[in-house]
Design a protein around this ligand. Sequence first.
Ligand code: PLP
Length: 429
Amino acid sequence: MRTDVSEELFDRARRVIPGGVNSPVRAFSAVGGTPRFLARGEGAYVHDVDGNRYLDLVGSWGPLICGHAHPSVVAAARSALEAGSSFGASTEGEVLLAEAIVDAVPSCEQVRLVSSGTEAAMSAVRLARAATGRDKVLKFVGHYHGHADALLAAAGSGVATLGIPGSPGVTAGATGDTVLVEWNDPEALREALAVHGDDTAAIIAEPVPANMNLVPPLDGFLATLREQATRHGALLIFDEVISGFRLSRGGAQQLHGVTPDLTVLGKVVGGGFPLAAFGGSAEVMGRLAPEGDVYQAGTLSGNPVAVAAGRAQLDLLTDEVYARLGAVTRRLADGVAAALADAGVPAQVTRHATLAGIVFADDAPVSYADVAAADQGRYAAFFRGMLDRGVYLAPSGFEVVFTSTALTDDDVEVVVDAAAATAAELAAG
Ligand SMILES: *Cc1c(COP(=O)(O)O)cnc(C)c1O
């Protein structure tokens, strides 16, 4: 496979961009090899600058649930762009997108639109602190809520990939009010709240964690979060930046029937553009300026092009679409699991509705520690084997498999065949 154009661009990139990338996991540090510079995407496929084509199972890390350059998303964005890229004043599209979100997501009576998931999570935490008059935030080890200082303690995703415990530059003061608890451990949660309950403004969680590979909640754990938050007078924040509009139209909260106080959205909701949101009850959201006293603002918030793309994508996402995507994801996950098992490679392919994850371990992971203890070297080898065969998986064993409605049965076969060939290679050592 030719990669010389990507290699040359990566060399040039490293001179002018730290590490050659604008977000760390893109650099392939965890898996080795040359990060591909992508030129074009259509449906389930992407093309790199060397002329290689890959079946894409990253989908821009989640936003592209309908595949690349979906005609109706492109048309909506183009027509919005031709009417002006940004006004810094209100537009009709913002109202329509907010109405669509409020209609779909059980916990949201009001939402505010922002430009990134990081910003949305940071703002939700600020709001929770203001609403409760408390300082502490309880987060789970390995959950990722963007790179705001207070939430950058034992975070997943790129932080996990790089093995950075938090990050230099984050002060002890910034994370001093962040309490860390192991995921899927109700006893640890109760113990932490027994100590910090009176000072805890919020429990924040990815309801279906997907930044430490895929580690779904054990039965009843989300209900325990709800019960414990209520008991201690803390707000429950679900960070549904990945799970929102992906697991179901109403996200993990709809799928699991557990309603948080605040919800953080991103990725799918923006249709591939920089758009995110946070929402909750009208009472709590009413604390935001200009109605209330909690400051939060953004020059490009509710950007008309992003809003148009987001609306167009949400319009495509009916219950039938989620059912079909779930079935495709199941076929893909089962096929890859069977390919690895047939070759005698110990692996766990976890699936939860429309999300999947591949971990090289003997048992299904239930915590961050389980994923960290899995064979990351083997994930890297699997990644490289799949890439050589034209399947683009996430370049880190701490990420998940993102399927899209553009995947056909034939595409699933391509993935399963590549997995079988790669598994045989791994088994042969
Ligand atoms: C991606 C992600 C974020 C951060 O969103 P950005 O748009 O990258 O800032 C926050 N929370 C979760 C769960 C995410 O997956």
